[in-house]
Design a protein around this ligand. Structure first.
Ligand SMILES: [Zn+2]
Length: 70
């Protein structure tokens, strides 16, 4: 699994790279990626526009929080 930062400048939440593909262009094809962040912002953008990956998200729900409930 690959992570990046949400391309939305007002969001900057961690986002997951769903897939990569190549779109035909006048220069012979440009690599694109599709991303979705934790707030369900979907983006399709050139792979070269991806921001550097932040720290991977180990898990959305903390195990410690669940233990406290018991
Ligand atoms: Zn977002």
């Amino acid at each position: 699994m690959e992570f990046t930062e949400c391309p939305d400048p007002t969001c900057i939440a961690p986002a997951e790279v769903l897939n990569r593909f190549v779109l035909p262009s006048t220069q012979g094809g440009e690599p694109f990626v599709r991303t979705v962040c934790v707030h369900r912002h979907w983006f399709m953008l050139p792979a070269t526009s991806l921001k550097p990956s932040p720290a991977p998200v180990p898990g959305a729900i903390s195990a410690e929080d669940r233990r406290r409930g018991g």
